[in-house]
Design a protein around this ligand. Structure first.
Ligand code: DAU
Length: 271
């Protein structure tokens, strides 16, 4: 069933009988949150509260809240452990920090069996073509240009299947009330990544359009994944080169999935 997590009546109807909730649902794109924070606060904060209340009311066993490394802010050197203070910079990450802390508060206040995971940048199949890898890949497939902000920013890329492996471990073996970082262990600058995407498309740097930088742009994300590795046996399995090549091939083969989404995004932008 599809529905809105802010719809408390619907959530109340569908919650009974479940052993666990894995809460992925969110407004997730930083640029959209800069254009308008309203839907981020509504879905990410209010929606999480609705889900937590319904899970508590219906005695759901475990509640896994899928959070993000962006709640930590930006880090110049070293990597964040789970104890790092939260210092989000965008309306998106601030709304995720609020929901992350709300989930932990339901553990402390109500004794709910909550586990929080904080992931790095996901990539892979079926990723909405607003994020860097699918946006640049599909623009290049269509012979277009790619809008690179600066380029020196660094992200830690995590294949979606490794992320799911980490969440599954947290769901089955994580300790209640704990936070687990899930990273991919591959840090690259946006410029390096753009170079890889251009090479894969057989395109040159003339296809890159420098654009005004994102407001409040986080320079670097880097997760320390020792806790989930040592406690739960997590290790990323997909090598970045392999995952990226498979992702690019998937977008080449699945135009029917992303083309209508890009058309919709273009219509929205033109409004
Ligand atoms: O780190 C986890 C986070 O990763 C998730 O919590 C977010 O939901 C997800 O959107 C992602 O956030 P980012 O802002 O890092 O991802 P995005 O793909 O939007 O941008 C990646 C980098 O590429 C970032 O430094 C901005 C840059 N960029 C992005 C776009 C869309 C560009 O240079 N040009 C672009 O058009």
């Amino acid at each position: 069933m599809r529905g809105d997590i802010c719809d408390a009546d619907l959530v109340d109807q569908v919650m009974p009988g479940h052993d666990a909730v894995v809460h992925f649902a969110a407004e997730s794109h930083v640029d959209r949150s800069i254009a308008g924070a309203g839907p981020f606060v509504t879905t990410n904060v209010l929606g999480t509260q609705v889900l937590l209340d319904a899970a508590r009311k219906h005695g759901v066993g475990r509640f896994v809240h899928v959070s993000t490394d962006e709640v930590y802010g930006s880090i110049a050197e070293g990597s964040w452990t789970e104890e790092w203070p939260l210092a989000p910079n965008s309306p998106y990450s601030a709304s995720k920090a609020a929901s992350d802390l709300l989930a932990l508060a339901y553990h402390r206040t109500h004794g709910m069996d909550v586990v929080v995971t904080r992931c790095s940048n996901n990539y892979g199949y079926y990723q909405f073509p607003e994020k860097l890898i699918p946006l640049f890949t599909t623009n290049l497939i269509d012979g277009g240009t790619v809008p690179l902000y600066g380029g020196g920013n660094i992200r830690d890329w995590l294949h979606v299947s490794d992320h799911c492996r980490g969440i599954d471990l947290a769901l089955r073996k994580g300790r209640a009330g704990q936070v687990y970082n899930i990273g991919g262990g591959t840090e690259v600058t946006n410029k390096e990544l753009t170079g890889l995407l251009l090479d894969a498309a057989g395109a040159g740097w003339d296809r890159v359009v420098p654009v005004e930088d994102r407001k409040g742009h986080d320079r670097r994300y880097s997760l320390d994944i020792s806790k989930i590795s040592e406690e739960l046996g997590y290790a990323p399995q997909v090598r970045f080169e392999d995952g990226l090549a498979a992702t690019i091939a998937w977008y080449r083969d699945n135009r029917a999935w992303w083309e209508p989404l890009k058309e919709l995004a273009a219509l929205e932008a033109a409004k």
